[in-house]
Each structure stands twice: as C-alpha cells, then as structure tokens.
Design a protein around this ligand. Sequence first.
Ligand code: 5GP
Ligand code: ZN
Length: 119
Amino acid sequence: MSSKQSKTDCVFCKIASGEIPAKILYRDDEVFAFPDINPITPVHVLVVSVKHIGSLAEMPDAETPLVGKMVRVANQLAREQGILKSGYRLTINSGADAGQLVPHLHIHLMGGRQLDWKH
Ligand code: 5GP
Ligand code: ZN
C-alpha cells in the first residue's frame, strides 16, 4: 500500500481534512486534537500529527521533535480540560500487541478519574 493510499483510507487523515467530522479542540500546521469517539475516561482526547505517520515504530528519527510538540499540546489540553493538577496519562499505542487500531500517529490524553495501570 502506498502512503497515498493509506492517507486516502485513513480515518485520522479524513478527520484532518474535514471529511469525517470531529470536535476539533486544537489545530495548527502540525498537530490537531479532538475527543475520542469511544472515551474510556472522562477526559479522553486524541492528539494527532497532521502528517500521516503510520505508527511510532514507523516514525522517522527526523520527526522526533514533532512528538515533543504533541506532548506540549497534550499538556496544554490537559490544562484546558481541567486535569493538569488532578493528573493524567499520555499513551501511544504502536502495533498489534499494543492494540493500535488506527494506523496514524496519535497520543491518547486520558484523565478525569483515578486510573488503574491499564485503563
Ligand atoms: P488506538 O487503538 O489506535 O491507539 O486508538 C485509536 C482511537 O481512535 C480509539 O480509541 C478509537 O475510539 C478512536 N477513533 C477511531 N475512529 C474514530 C473517529 O472516527 N472519531 C474519533 N473521534 N475517534 C475515533
Ligand atoms: Zn492518516
């Protein structure tokens, strides 16, 4: 599958382009964020690269600063969502064993309740 095909088929690329609707909480040229459609915590936001990168495992070394920026945006959203002090978790699932469902780089921002180890 070429990268062009994967973008065409990719749900997060479709959200980035507006083809699939989502409540956009943050957006700039490199990063955007929206609530997870199936939240497992009271605050569950996805912080996503605008560029299609299939997974953390596929991320070129040159994109490392992008992940730093995504973490910064997640912190900003944690503040806006009121969980900066109560606590939160950032998760990146990469690959099958991690249960990655959408093959487009994203960080889960989760909080708003006491979290156990996995959930
Ligand atoms: P992953 O398992 O790949 O780390 O997480 C993908 C997440 O994307 C899941 O938590 C899933 O609920 C969420 N998701 C999948 N499709 C959509 C969608 O169309 N809209 C939104 N807002 N979230 C989605
Ligand atoms: Zn994509």
